[in-house]
Design a protein around this ligand. Structure first.
Ligand SMILES: Nc1ncnc2c1ncn2[C@@H]1O[C@H](COP(=O)(O)OP(=O)(O)OP(=O)(O)O)[C@@H](O)[C@H]1O
Ligand SMILES: [Mg+2]
Length: 233
């Protein structure tokens, strides 16, 4: 049976996904810098807030203020949701590894569970993985985090940077295996006229049929728009 769909609120992308992300999935959004990973995550939460769902944004990059300002440039005012405790923003400090690891293992699970979140965004899993010095710890932390997210019933988006020499693989090469789905954002500089073309494709989406076509998208002042009807040249 087809699972319930969670609309991303990104027109064109929901079409490619046959309605949205499968409920309770963990989806990795990977791409190089500036391809719109953070924007996609925010947009996914804004759609949830529009449907009055509790949402959590876990950030290792930007602090709360900067996230709110960033969202405001797309016309998304996060203040009412924050005040109504419909939105939680959880900032982890990559510079303080010891405290951060403790918070990931103890505070974060409690926070996610008590909040009753329907949508969770973690930006970025690449920075999170950097907290752990050895590969085994990194792997088990990611595994535990994904287990936690699955038990909450939330639908999650994790962002990840890609390898410099292989833009189809996340920096750690871990999360794409753990995640239920992978969206790849790419910026292609070879377009005629020297203009950069942004493209999106669904690399993986467990337990569902989906489009495998590569589609162009734009980052506009209202967020990401995927041109699902257009083809890439
Ligand atoms: N208000 C806006 N209108 C149009 N385009 C914008 C706007 N704000 C940001 N952008 C574009 O989006 C890009 C940044 O998007 P975003 O921060 O989501 O990318 P990212 O993949 O998270 O980047 P990073 O890897 O650096 O975190 C900017 O470089 C810019 O090109
Ligand atoms: Mg970002």
């Amino acid at each position: 049976m087809a699972s319930n769909r969670v609309k991303t609120g990104i027109s064109g992308l929901d079409e490619m996904l046959q309605g949205g992300l499968p409920e309770n999935h963990i989806v990795l959004v990977m791409g190089s810098f500036g391809t719109g990973k953070t924007t996609l995550g925010l947009q996914f939460l804004v759609e949830g807030l529009r449907q009055a769902e509790p949402c959590i944004f876990i950030s290792l990059e930007e602090d709360k203020d900067s996230i709110m300002k960033n969202a405001a440039t797309f016309g998304w005012d996060l203040t009412p949701a924050l005040e109504a405790k419909k939105l939680g923003i959880f900032k982890l400090e990559p510079s303080d590894a010891k405290t951060t690891i403790m918070r990931i293992k103890s505070d974060l699970p409690k926070f996610v569970k008590s909040f009753g979140a329907k949508r969770v965004v973690l930006d970025s899993v690449s920075l999170l993985n950097m907290m752990f010095s050895d590969e085994n710890e990194r792997r088990s932390n990611l595994f535990n985090l994904c287990q936690l997210l699955r038990t909450t019933g939330a639908t999650s988006v994790l962002t990840a940077e890609v390898k410099d020499d292989n833009p189809r693989s996340s920096r750690d090469g871990l999360a794409e295996y753990t995640a239920d789905g992978v969206l790849l954002l790419q910026s292609d500089e070879n377009k005629e006229g020297g203009e950069v073309q942004l493209t999106i494709r669904i690399m993986k989406m467990r337990r569902t049929a989906h489009s495998r076509r590569v589609k162009p998208y734009s980052i506009t002042d209202k967020g990401i728009v995927v041109h699902a009807g257009a083809d890439v040249f």
